[in-house]
Design a protein around this ligand. Structure first.
Ligand SMILES: NC(=O)c1ccc[n+]([C@@H]2O[C@H](COP(=O)([O-])OP(=O)(O)OC[C@H]3O[C@@H](n4cnc5c(N)ncnc54)[C@H](O)[C@@H]3O)[C@@H](O)[C@H]2O)c1
Length: 430
């Protein structure tokens, strides 16, 4: 049984996984191309809000955890788990560069008998195709014979305090049965339930299926929201009613659009790959279209609400409440809040945001023009000075009763104000 593994990519997925292996008695070498992350970890600091540094410090102290940037440190490691990003290119096509660069970095240090597992979300065929090719080319070793290769998708639920890596069943597919068994044995040390499947491709397809299911169902409920709203029916009340059915229904909730690294992106990995097989992905495209239209719908509701008060959007002071894409996390990747802010600004509004998890907007690839903008203080004076507040992310810890008593107008995309008394015409759902 291996007692020392490496995890490449110490982000939202890699870091919690590292911690779970450490807790299970496995030593972990963390590798990342970002020297700032490596330095922070080695100094006992965390850069992920819901993962306090105190969790790591004991393992740094006893020498079982160390972080680095040099892949030569892989010497002596029994297995390497890859948790690097799989984004889309500018043309919304799969960008495997991080995965393949990682493969190229690992290959020269690949020793006979090593296990390499890809965890990043991707289309079927990546592990036994592109990744295998770079590992074999760079090492001169043959996958399945001289080293093992497997795919095991991450199923992290960031910000959910009840979600524990150890409790989430882990799918594992291998290039050969021996690859799969080897990977299953490794994960069994850290995770309660390991689910073997017949191939890497089945495991890759299962992960995409999970996220496509989410994206399509969120699109469905977003469309129903717009339809019911036109009929004067509150979709949130409808969902609460429907979910009392004990079978055949599962609630999904509407919002201002999709966010995060997974649900808005992963379906397009399948859509791209499907074209190679002459297949179209109509559900994926339609869901993408509906979800992408949500920020514009919300901005339309803001304009309507202001208009009702005789105010134009242009020149109005609008606070977007919640910048992270999801409640309880500091992750703002692909957040629909940015689309809301852009659209509001384009229409002449003066735009602010408040997010207790994101005190300042860090430089990022997609929204460089907002970098450096700071979260406005949560105070009666600030909130009263706004013409409208748009609840984009329903973070815990925000005082929605104070919001309802201070804000002149609230446009709520998350039903965060449910059950809190408001004044007539003050609350608009979107
Ligand atoms: N965040 C989630 O909730 C979640 C859930 C399930 C699956 N996933 C999938 O897991 C993968 C990783 O996502 P994440 O959210 O952890 O990303 P992340 O951006 O938080 O972390 C990725 C890390 O990899 C590092 N990296 C990039 N290229 C590298 C290279 N060549 N060598 C070494 N390190 C490199 C980056 O510096 C970064 O620290 C993606 O495929 C994503 O789709 C994410």
């Amino acid at each position: 049984m291996p007692d020392s593994i490496a995890i490449v990519g110490l982000g939202y997925v890699g870091l919690p996984l590292a911690l779970q292996f450490l807790r299970s008695g496995v030593s972990v070498l963390g590798l990342d191309v970002d020297p700032a992350k490596v330095a922070a970890l080695n100094a006992g600091q965390s850069y992920i809000h819901h993962l306090p540094a105190s969790e790591f410090v004991p393992f740094l102290a006893d020498g079982r955890f160390r972080a680095g940037t040099d892949f030569a440190q892989l010497r002596g490691v029994a297995a390497v788990l890859i948790c690097v990003p799989t984004p889309l290119t500018r043309n919304r096509e799969p960008d495997l560069s991080h995965v393949l660069n990682t493969g190229r970095s690992i290959a020269p240090h690949l020793a006979p008998g090593m296990l390499v597992v890809l965890e990043s979300t991707t289309y079927p065929g990546t592990t036994d195709g592109e990744l295998r090719a770079v590992l074999e080319a760079g090492s001169g070793l043959q996958a399945g014979r001289e080293f093992h290769i497997a795919y095991s998708p991450e199923r992290e639920d960031p910000g959910n305090p009840r979600s524990r890596v150890a409790e989430i069943p882990k799918l594992v597919g291998g290039l050969t049965p021996a690859c799969r068994d080897r990977a299953c044995a490794l994960y069994s040390r850290a995770v309660r339930t390991v689910v073997p499947v017949s191939s890497c491709r089945v495991a890759e397809a299962a992960k995409l299926t999970e996220n496509i299911f989410r994206g399509v169902n969120i699109a469905l409920v977003n469309e129903l929201k717009v339809i019911f709203s036109a009929m004067g029916i509150d979709v949130w009340e409808v969902i609460e009613a429907a979910r009392t059915k004990p079978f055949g229904y599962m609630p999904f909730f509407p919002g201002p659009g999709l966010g995060g690294h997974c649900v808005p992106i992963d379906p397009f990995y399948l859509a791209w790959k499907a074209r190679e097989f002459g297949q179209t992905t109509r559900f994926i495209e339609l869901a993408g279209e509906i979800n992408t239209a949500m920020p514009a719908y919300v901005v339309g509701r803001v304009a309507e609400a202001l208009n009702d008060r005789g105010r134009p959007l242009k020149g109005s002071r609008i606070l977007v409440l919640g910048l992270a894409y999801k409640a309880g996390v500091d992750d703002d990747r692909e957040s629909p809040s940015y689309h809301l802010m852009d659209l509001l600004k384009e229409r002449g509004a003066v735009v602010y945001y408040h997010d207790p998890y994101v005190p300042v907007i860090r430089p990022n690839r997609e929204h460089t023009h907002w970098a450096g903008t700071r979260s406005v203080a949560w105070s009666e004076a600030e909130i009263r000075s706004m013409d409208a507040v748009v609840v984009s992310t329903a973070h815990p810890g925000v005082n929605y009763s104070e919001l309802a008593s201070w804000a002149p107008l609230i446009v709520d995309t998350r039903n965060a104000i449910a059950g809190i008394p408001t004044r007539p015409g003050q609350l608009w759902k979107a």
